[in-house]
Design a protein around this ligand. Structure first.
Ligand SMILES: Cc1cc2nc3c(=O)[nH]c(=O)nc-3n(C[C@H](O)[C@H](O)[C@H](O)COP(=O)(O)OP(=O)(O)OC[C@H]3O[C@@H](n4cnc5c(N)ncnc54)[C@H](O)[C@@H]3O)c2cc1C
Length: 399
């Protein structure tokens, strides 16, 4: 396949959009095929937290992109943790000084992140085709042929499969997703800020919230709104707990009276811990990235952030392998091994966070309670309760 053959990116979620941008940064022609129409509505705030390292990654592929995203999002400057109604940790951070570079993170709705990425793709000359669901991908030693539902075929040097959890591209590689689905779910309620009000920039984690019948509750601010994330208890029914009627009943006890029109979305999010057996195909022409390759519980915001790192690594492998099929095979195999190893690390970290939040044994639950009791005299126990819901601190860009 000649060097000027395009790379076909499948999926215009955050990972596919960034893969396209990272390829364009090397002047590689890119066709981006997306199943949904251009005017789609993506329900719910979904992944909010963009790590500082992701901002740097975006900035390096598209100068100005990291700072644009940071400007669109918010930084919460207060973190509080409570246990059964009693505060066990609180910390206020000074405001970020923008002259010192990118902030440590930013928080905005995933649809906003996607809007900014899409605009950058359009500026960078990505050929975006909406309403083009991919139905089949066939690879050979020199490249790929991709079919879309309207019968069109697309030839390219590689496919980046960024088509999410139910990936068609992954199915075409013949690789399976391996792992487990834990019991339980989160109900995530999005609430718009009060018009004209001063938004709270406090991120609050509440273990065993008395007003939520002992469920865990996390409140996370984002630009123009905030998320209330309620962790299910054993025996909860997701249809019931997440019904509009029920949400209207339990929400005021957590955040005070809230007019119904400020509730912009209610979503149910389940705990999956799955990784594709292989991130490429036998010809090394498909590179899986983001949720097409791995699904993690959301703790530590590893889904979208590690997807950005996959996308960048995929683009780098494609660019460095474009000289000969042999060099390509080596570069793509290295990508697949490195990103699978990163996914294992992230999955284990998210799993540790999940076990902290849903203690599998009475002893583990007691440990949390003991830490809460000791926190007023031994601050590191409060710090542990604050940090453990995000899992161990593993590097995020090797993510
Ligand atoms: C309700 C909900 C809440 C979430 N909350 C959080 C959270 O709090 N924190 C967090 O880190 N993560 C969260 N996530 C996960 C987060 O949204 C994902 O990590 C992120 O979207 C992954 O991005 P992606 O680009 O890999 O996949 P996606 O965003 O799923 O994008 C895949 C794209 O591929 C397209 N596509 C699919 N099939 C085809 C096809 N055959 N042909 C062409 N296009 C196709 C889809 O239309 C979509 O545009 C949440 C997800 C959901 C659903």
């Amino acid at each position: 396949m000649a060097d000027e053959a395009p790379v076909v990116v499948v999926g215009a979620g955050p990972v596919g959009l960034f893969a396209a941008l990272a390829l364009r940064a090397h002047q590689v022609p890119v066709v981006l095929l997306e199943a949904d129409p251009a005017d789609r509505h993506r329900a719910g705030s979904r992944a909010l937290y963009v790590h500082g390292k992701s901002l740097s990654l975006l900035e390096s592929a598209s100068p100005g992109l990291g700072s644009e995203l940071a400007t669109q999002g918010v930084l919460w400057n207060v973190r509080r943790t409570l246990y059964r109604g009693r505060q066990v940790y609180a910390r206020e951070f000074p405001p970020h000084d923008a002259t010192r570079g990118l902030p440590p993170f930013t928080s905005l709705r995933q649809s906003e992140t996607e809007r900014v990425l899409l605009q950058a793709c359009e500026r960078a000359g990505v050929d975006v085709r909406w309403n083009h669901p991919v139905t089949e991908v066939v690879t050979h030693s020199g490249g790929v042929t991709v079919a879309t539902a309207d019968g069109t075929t697309w030839s390219g040097s590689h496919v980046v499969g960024a088509d999410g959890a139910r990936s068609t591209v992954r199915r075409c590689t013949g690789t399976a997703l391996d792992g487990s689905a834990a019991d339980g779910f989160h109900v995530v309620v999005d609430i718009a800020d009060e018009p004209g009000g001063t938004p709270s920039l406090e991120r609050v984690m509440h273990y065993e919230h008395p007003a939520a019948d002992g469920r865990g509750v996390l409140v996370v601010p984002y630009a123009n709104g905030f998320q209330v994330d309620v962790q299910s208890r054993a025996g909860d029914d997701s249809d019931l707990l997440a019904s509009r009627q029920e949400v209207r009943r339990w929400l005021p006890a957590l955040i005070g009276p809230t007019p119904t029109e400020r509730i912009t979305a209610i979503s149910v999010y389940r705990f999956l811990q799955l990784i594709a057996d292989d991130f490429t195909d036998p010809h090394h022409r498909i590179l899986l990235a983001g949720e097409a390759a791995h699904l993690f519980p959301p703790f530590g915001a590893r889904g979208m952030n590690s997807g950005f790192a996959d996308a960048r690594a995929a683009a780098d492998a494609i660019v460095s392998g474009r000289r000969t099929p042999e060099v390509n095979a080596g570069a793509v195999a290295e990508f697949a091994t490195a990103r699978r190893a990163a996914a294992e690390v992230n999955s284990a970290a998210a799993g540790a966070a999940l076990r902290h939040l849903r203690p599998p044994t009475a002893a583990a639950r007691l440990r949390r309670g003991a830490a809460a009791r000791l926190a007023p005299v031994v601050p590191r126990f409060g710090e542990w309760l604050e940090h453990a819901p995000y899992g161990p601190r593993v590097p995020m860009v090797r993510h």
